[in-house]
Design a binder for this molecule. Structure first.
Ligand SMILES: Cc1ncc(COP(=O)(O)O)c(C=O)c1O
Length: 397
């Protein structure tokens, strides 16, 4: 049954993903079920989307309620629910204003456009360059691809957008040297997740912030993956003791419902005026109802705190495994955005975990990425660690 459907999928769906060989029919909490009724512990969360787990009650209720009233009117109108979603994002962050869109790439597109427009309004033409990081990932549209510092994603898509300069991540001297009178922004992820789970150093971020303030360069954090509680704080920047100018969000922002946003300080946000940027669907009533429910649940039900707590327990357990199994080279990350670097290719290990009923994913060839829902329990963390020990033990023979 599953195999037949998978064959049909291969026939009709664009060949852009190497998919797991299962058809998922149901999700609840941290668990997924396939068509044959087999259950899996989800350590991927739809690639860092389902932070509240699958079918979270509050989001289901909010969407159901909103769907019966109003899906969409476009941004030519005000809706109470969109204003509430923006109010919550402002209340819980450094930001003054919110622009809603539909995905992470779109959020980064908006951030890139905002930075150029801000600089153009204040300083005129010629100050349009953006410093980005080697090994970064910002999305698959042409501008976000151009900001992505991994050439493997660029192959066959040239010419890319002009005006991006790449520097090594966590290298202050290289960044300081790259900044010129043409620079309008610096964009970076606080954890390079697709890049293999590398965390930005505190001192590095402080220095970038200082220089950005001094030179009136916009500091943009791509928090598409690190946002919404993933790192053990609601936003990743809250680990660093500074405030950026702009943050891009998506993935977990709607608890699984597609929605993205940039949140920005007033000075930066004011570069957008009517007609400068737009999105037909951006933050429509349905999406906004999901945002409101997601934020209220993340904060109000202690889920961000659980991300921090379970993340620490998971790291402790992984470090114990590292002492036992030399195949584990490194354990890194923050909260529940963790990477386990192994000394062998990651993909066969992903398949071994799948056989044991655990879903996870590899980045950069040999880094197992652990992205469980933030609602995960101690028992589920322990179950994962037991199974991981079994999988790593098998690699010895
Ligand atoms: C850091 C980061 N930025 C941007 C994106 C692109 O998001 P989307 O796939 O929603 O366009 C991703 C997706 O993985 C991401 O991890």
């Amino acid at each position: 049954m599953q195999e037949k459907l998978i064959e049909k999928g291969k026939q009709w769906l664009a060949n852009t993903y190497t998919r797991f060989p299962i058809v998922v029919t149901k999700g609840e909490g941290c668990w997924l079920w396939d068509m044959d009724g087999r259950r899996y512990l989800d350590f991927l969360s739809g690639i860092a989307v389902c932070n509240l787990g699958h079918a979270p009650k509050s989001v289901v209720e909010a969407l159901t309620h909103q769907a019966g009233r109003l899906f969409h009117v476009s941004n030519l109108f005000h809706t109470e629910v969109q204003i509430r979603a923006a109010e919550l994002l402002v209340e819980y962050s450094f930001a003054d204003k919110v622009f809603f869109c539909n995905s992470g790439a779109e959020a980064n597109e908006a951030a890139i456009k905002l930075a150029r427009r801000y600089s153009w309004k204040k300083y005129g033409e010629g100050r349009s360059e953006i410093i980005a990081m080697q090994n970064s990932f910002h999305g698959r549209t042409m501008a976000t691809l151009s900001a992505t510092g991994q050439t493997k994603f660029h192959v066959g898509f040239n010419p890319l957008l002009e005006g991006f300069t790449f520097v090594p991540f966590n290298d202050w001297a290289a960044l300081e040297k790259a900044i010129s009178e043409k620079t309008c922004a610096v964009i970076l992820e606080l954890i390079q997740s697709e890049g293999g789970v590398y965390v930005a150093d505190k001192e590095y971020i402080k220095l970038i912030h200082e220089l950005a303030v001094q030179k009136d360069i916009l500091l943009i954090f791509d928090e598409v993956q690190t946002g919404m509680g993933r790192t053990g704080k609601l936003f990743g920047y809250q680990h660093y003791g500074i405030e950026p100018d702009v943050i891009s969000l998506a993935k977990a922002l709607g608890g699984g419902f597609p929605v993205g946003a940039i949140i920005a300080k007033e000075a930066a946000a004011s570069a957008f005026e009517p007609g400068t940027h737009a999105s037909t669907f951006g933050g429509n009533a349905l999406a906004s109802s999901a945002v409101v429910a997601t934020i209220n649940t993340l904060v109000g039900e202690g889920i961000v705190a659980n991300s921090d707590k379970m993340g620490k327990i998971l790291v402790e357990g992984l470090l114990a495994l590292k002492r036992k199994f030399p195949i584990i080279v490194d354990v890194r990350g923050l909260g529940l955005l963790l990477g386990v670097e192994v000394s062998t290719p990651g993909e066969p290990l992903v398949q071994e975990f799948l056989k044991e009923g655990i879903i996870l994913y590899a980045a950069k060839g040999n880094v197992l990425r652990l992205l469980p829902p933030l609602i995960i329990s101690r028992e589920e963390v322990d179950l994962f660690l037991d199974i991981a020990a079994k999988v790593f033990e098998r690699q010895k023979s």
